[in-house]
Structures are given as C-alpha cells and as structure tokens.
Design a protein around this ligand. Sequence first.
Ligand SMILES: [Cu+2]
Length: 537
Amino acid sequence: MLIGGGLSAAAAQTILAQNPPMAHLPPMPAAPPQLDLEHLAPFVDPLPIPPIAKPIGTRLNPARKTEVPFYKIPIQEFFSKIHRDVQPTRFWGYGNSMPGPTIEARSGEPIFVEWLNQLPPKHFLPIDHNLMGAEKGKPESRTVVHVHGGRVPPASDGWPESWYGPGKSATSQYPNEQEAALLWYHDHAMGINRLNVCAGMAGLYVIRDSFEDSLNLPKGEFEIPLVLMDRMLRADGQIYYPVTVLPDAPWIPEYAGDAVLINGKLLPYLNVQPRKYRFRVANASNGRFYFLSLENGAVMQQIGTDQGLLPAPVNVNLLSIAPGERADIVVDFREHRGQQILLRNLATTLMQFRVATEAADDPSSLPMELRPVPKMTESSATVTRKLTLEEVDDLLSEPMVHLLDGKRWHEPVSEKPVLGSTEIWEFLNLTDDTHPIHLHLVRFQILDRRPIDVLSYIHKKQLIYIGDAVSPEPSEAGWKDTVRATPGASTRIIVKFEGYTGRYVWHCHILEHEDNEMMRPYEIVPPVTKSQTHRAV
Ligand SMILES: [Cu+2]
C-alpha cells in the first residue's frame, strides 16, 4: 500500500497492524467494469452542503402538553450527480439528497419526525435471504430509521424488526435530552441495513446547546459537515454491490469501494477563507476505516468525538475514524493564504480546500478548555461483562458469520443492565479485524485496551493478558457511543445506563457484520424497589 500525507512508514505499519484489511474475501464473480477514477477530473464540483430539514408544523407532545416541531421526511428513490462527468446515480435516501437533510435540534427541545417509506417495491442491491430477518416473502424495500447516538425511547429508536414496507410510515419522538453532539440517522432494517445504507439512507442530526454556543466556535458558513461514504461504482456511475459465486448466498463479509463520496460528491473542492473552520466529520461508510490527513502540514485540532466536545482540543496529524464514529475538527487556514490543500485518506486524495488570498476576519474562538468530561471511575461499576467478538469461518477459512458473545440475534436477551446502574463491558476480540462496537441509547467512556492470548481463550476459556493496558488516545477520551475493539485484545468501556427502560441493541458497525448476526438485543430493566424485594422474600 502506498502511504502519503506525511505519514511515516512506521506509523503506517502500526495502523495496518491495528486495523488490518479483511484477511479473506469469498470468491467473487468478476466485477462489471468500474468507473475509471484515475481519469476523472478532480475538483470540478463544489462540496455540497446537505439541506437543513424544515418542520412542516407542530404536533402535541403528550408528555408535556406542548406543541413541538413536526417533520415529515420521505424515504424515496432519486438520482443525483456525484460528479460533473458522471451520469446521475440512483440512490435510495431521505428527501431527495444524499446525505439526507440535516436535522438541527436543540438540547432539551423535543421534535417528532414522520419517516415515510415511498420506495419502489424491488431492491436494486442483492438481498441475501439466508440472513436472519431477510427471509423471502418480506417486502424488499422495508426500512426503519435509527438516530445513531440519540437518547431516544425504545419505541422510537429503530428496533431492527420494526421495519415497514412501502406506503407505510412511522413517527418517532426525539426528546433531545442530551448534550450538544453530531448524531446521524440511517436505516436499521434487519438483514438488509447494509444494502439500504449503501443505497444512500443516511443523514446528519445535530444537537446544539447553550454551553457549546458560549464557546464561540466557528459557525454558520464556517461550520461544514463532511460525511464520508465509499462506494464501488460501475462504469455508468451506478452503485455496485458485489456478491459471492453462490447465487442463493450473495452475502459478502465486507464492502469497500475506491470511490469516496464526501457529502455525496466525488473529489469535490471547497473554497475557504484564511480563518478557522469547524468540520463535523461522520463516517457513514459500510465498512471502511479512514485515516485522514491534510497536505502541507495544516494542523487539525480535534475538539469533539461521537457524543460531543472533548475536554480540550487535541492536535491530530492523522485522524482515525471508524464506521459509525464522528469527529469534530477545527482547522485554521490563516497561515495558508492562496494555497490549495488536499484532504487525504492515507495515499488517496478525497477533496481539495482552496484558501483565498485575501486576509479574512475571524471573530470565532478555539478555547483551550472545551467541555469538562468527568472521568467515570471503575469503582462506580456494579457489573462487569466479558463479551467476545467472534468470527466463524467455513472450511475455506471464509467468514460465514460474526457473533457477539458467541450468540445469535434470536437467542434470549442476556444483557439486562438496571436503569441508572453503571457497568463495565469488556469486549474480547478473538478475530483478526477491528470491530467498531456501538451501543444504542447510551454514551460511554473507553477505559483501556489490552492484548490477550486469543488461543488460550478459544481453547481453554482462560483470559490471559499478554501486554499492558493502554489508555484511549486523547482524541477518543471523551463521551463515545462507538468504540474500536482492536483485534486480539480486550477493549473495556464503562457505561451508565440512563434514559429509559426497554429493549435496545448493540452491534458491530461494519454493516456486513451487523447484518449477519453481529448484533444483539439488550434490555434496560427497572431497579427492584424495596417493597418488591419484600414481596419476593
Ligand atoms: Cu464487525
């Protein structure tokens, strides 16, 4: 692999060791001719900014007897230009843009969204009917929407089996009782969510609050979302999703395309002024990890992660971001007047920033102290769960299925944290891949990662640590909802289960894994009261 962006060979080796590409892919039929990215003119399209969703009115919030903003967002097929020289690409998405319209919300101010399924009946990507939940006879274009990172009642969270077919809709309430953060919404339909997201079903959901406002970070036209989605594209610009050689079992273990769309465009450019910008980065790819850098040594200062602001800005030369994760970045272009700066993923160019020559005013701030993140102490946890991440291979060493704690989706719920309690979840990754693990509803902190003797665990169920525990990187030492569980290692998180009782899910955010059993339900149960204890006695 060629390494660029000022990355040393040693650093690249470390990255590759921690995040190896999928070791094995099933035999695949030859792909149809792909779009020739080498000869595509770069930087001919301006970076689009997804439209802001507008409420169509208000609706009574029965919990508070108040009227709250009401949105209707259709889910439909449309065609969109991903590049000046490529004919329009078919997408299934929200509104008629890819990414969908950005929902702007304020902390503490609830909204309702009605999601309307207006998709055509036949899916345009290959469904594998062997997967749990994707059996024949179900509507192919079924969907259900999940707001990733949202603290949402269970009925509005997008339970994977609560999908609905074309012509139907579902209304979700989003209380927004949480701190400012960049969330994102996407499809979560059981067994086909990798196909629906690949088809374009993703959009941003921003929560703001007065604390964040008071920091005077760059805003308005100086706050730019960057939604990363890689795709395989046919020569005619249409999305290609590969299959195996088995016509009845087309599932592949991971999807990765060479064409990286940023806000729905290939190789776009952005005109910027020589001042500070805030970039809200979301990795909405099925399975690709990005390692982003800026040419010319322009510094990225990471100010936030999945669930909001970090305690202080962190300088990053290389920004790692796994599927499902978000990063909040400030870049000051002041020293780069007149320059053209490339944003790269390792050696691959993704987009260009064109810095204006004229000096610009910059009334925004980048405080050295952002938002306090009180450290959760291990002693506050009442339960520790050891949960394996496993890959089951076939006779040819090809992955057949991925499991959490050795269990499949339909097995009884085994994780039942008590509302208000704190637990440590220790993920024991017995596979060769990094799995980004996401828990719905909650935010958490990463405690540490530590190498383990995988074979001892597999053969004797003995947990032997074979190295020191390593603290999370400063850039991930904030509130998280998705954690990279590295291969051959224990990754520990500490979680307080707040918000609601009921059933939620936790899963790997590599969508091919999630669709093939790497997702489990969990249930938050009410605390047992003293009177109930007496009755039980
Ligand atoms: Cu995975």
